[in-house]
Write a protein that binds this ligand. Structure first.
Ligand code: SF4
Length: 240
């Protein structure tokens, strides 16, 4: 890579970061939760499902079983029926109970703040670890790469990789460490509400001019598009 190419690439990624920050000024996790353990449970339930669906089942689940000890000891069939609508419910029930039991046995009922300990928990991989550390504890351990974030990173040519761990490594080069938590949320939300898998809203995308993969020319100024994206994200897609 020549110095000029690198400088051009740096300027482009700087613009991408600025525009994403404008379009999504308040990045957040959309899984409802009141403590780190609830977030961990909700994240396990969100695999192959949507945050919206998970948010429908967790209030009742946490009312019935308000802490790791209670969930660990709950009858399996009851947990299964409470989480059934999120799909893969047998495995998920087993994992949220196994995870809760391990918290009780090894961590005094608390969620550990280290990635090494988190990924030892049943049903927890690096993506979940990053989400919990960043969202619940504000610890920048890496960047969340779920299906949305991965797709956006590829379309924006921030990575050539397909493996989430390698995509994450590339993204950590693009975003400064202090911005990792927000960057992960922003990429997820951008993918969920604008850069959709099937029909991305390219004409309406704040990043349009910077994206070689765009399927339509950007309409109007980027700051107008960023304002629309902000409304879209804050209304959870209800403004469409
Ligand atoms: S221009 Fe289209 S493909 Fe590119 S980031 Fe925006 S929505 Fe995604």
């Amino acid at each position: 890579v020549t110095t000029t190419n690198r400088r051009t690439a740096d300027e482009r990624t700087k613009k991408l970061r600025q525009r994403l920050a404008k379009a999504i000024p308040e990045p957040r996790c959309e899984l409802d939760h009141q403590n780190p353990w609830q977030l961990l449970v909700a994240t396990i339930l969100s695999a192959q499902s949507t945050d919206r669906r998970v948010n429908l089942v967790t209030p009742e689940l946490f009312r019935a079983f308000p802490n790791p000890g209670a969930l660990a000891e709950a009858p399996r069939e009851m947990v299964e029926s409470l989480v059934k609508s999120t799909g893969f419910f047998r495995n998920k029930a087993k994992n949220i109970q196994g995870m809760s039991q391990k918290l009780v046995d090894d961590h005094g009922g608390e969620v550990p703040r280290e990635m090494d300990a988190l990924v030892e928990l049943p049903g927890v991989a690096r993506k979940t670890g990053n989400l919990v550390l960043g969202t619940a504890f504000g610890i920048a351990s890496g960047i969340i790469v779920d299906t949305h974030a991965g797709r956006v990173a590829q379309r924006l040519e921030l990575t050539d990789e397909t493996d989430p761990v390698k995509i994450e490594r590339d993204l950590c080069e693009v975003f400064p460490r202090r911005g990792w938590v927000d960057a992960g949320h922003r990429l997820v939300l951008h993918g969920r509400y604008v850069c959709l898998a099937r029909k991305p809203r390219c004409a309406d995308c704040a990043l349009g001019e910077l994206c070689a993969e765009r399927e339509a020319e950007p309409a109007g100024s980027w700051s107008e598009r960023a304002r629309r994206e902000q409304r879209r994200v804050e209304s959870r897609g209800e403004s469409d």
